[in-house]
Design a protein around this ligand. Structure first.
Ligand code: HEC
Ligand code: HEC
Ligand code: HEC
Ligand code: HEC
Length: 158
């Protein structure tokens, strides 16, 4: 049972690859749409590798939560994502190689059918938990507010 679950998720995982924050930036950094890339870049997740020293930055035990690329299976990585970009878009929104396509992205339903995640509490708690040597507790509403990067109200009205 456990084995078949692992095999099954393995098959799914191979469909999607990590493309890195710069690819998302191409479409998600417009001021009138909320500048998601700039907001992320100014926040804690983009700096998650900067808080590690040189030795820790090589340590899989730390990379697991401090870097999207550092935590991912190697066969899901592209050349576009770097370990140094820290915790980037795809740790929360899922690997984007398929949903990044404009036609797919325009539909929430299709995006989600192609790997896009709109993260809940559970996604955050993969890293915000007691396994972290510096765990400070986690409250979803409070923490989401600190990293919020929404579309401005009325962005899709003419
Ligand atoms: C080719 C342009 C393009 C690229 C590249 C792209 N997106 Fe999008 N994305 C869109 C468009 C268009 C929408 C629909 C809303 C809008 O018009 O901005 C969207 C919507 C979204 C939404 C909101 C979904 C919803 O229904 O609430 C998320 C989250 C998102 N994108 C994340 C990402 C991430 C993460 C990446 C990189 C892995 C990415 N996008 C790459 C164009 C793009
Ligand atoms: C289970 C995920 C997880 C692991 C494993 C992990 N960290 Fe972290 N780390 C976090 C989170 C989440 C934070 C943010 C603090 C918070 O809000 O709980 C953080 C914050 C930090 C900080 C910032 C200082 C602070 O007090 O906020 C340092 C330094 C750090 N971690 C070092 C490490 C080192 C070194 C390792 C490897 C030995 C490591 N972490 C392993 C998740 C993790
Ligand atoms: C892949 C691991 C990972 C995931 C998933 C993740 N985080 Fe984090 N988060 C971190 C790390 C590592 C830090 C510490 C970065 C630093 O110190 O610069 C952090 C820091 C933060 C901070 C700053 C905390 C402080 O003490 O100032 C907030 C707020 C935060 N995360 C919110 C969230 C929310 C909300 C989610 C889910 C939507 C989430 N995180 C998902 C790894 C993660
Ligand atoms: C720490 C987790 C985390 C990271 C990293 C992250 N996001 Fe998000 N993102 C969220 C959460 C939580 C939401 C709100 C989801 C919802 O509305 O249900 C969100 C919403 C969005 C939306 C939709 C905004 C709206 O108003 O509907 C877009 C677009 C988006 N993110 C793009 C990005 C891009 C691009 C990056 C990287 C540059 C990124 N996100 C990085 C957690 C994250």
């Amino acid at each position: 049972m456990a084995l078949s679950l692992i095999l099954f998720s393995g098959v799914n995982a191979q469909d999607y690859e990590y493309i890195g924050a710069k690819k998302c930036k191409m479409c998600h950094n417009k001021p009138d749409k909320g500048e998601q890339y700039n907001k992320w870049a100014a926040g804690p997740h983009a700096k998650a590798m900067e808080v590690l020293n040189a030795e820790e930055a090589q340590d899989a035990k730390c990379l697991k939560c401090h870097s999207t690329a550092g935590a991912a299976d190697e066969d899901m990585l592209t050349d576009y994502i770097t370990v140094e970009e820290g915790v980037s878009c795809e740790s929360c929104h899922g690997p984007g190689s398929v949903y990044k396509n404009l036609k797919i992205m325009k539909s929430r339903e299709e995006s989600m059918a192609n790997g896009l995640i709109l993260p809940t509490d559970e996604v955050c708690r993969k890293c915000h938990n007691e396994e972290s040597p510096n765990f400070k507790g986690f409250n979803f509403e409070e923490y989401v507010a600190k990293i919020a990067h929404p579309y401005p109200e009325g962005w899709d009205e003419e």
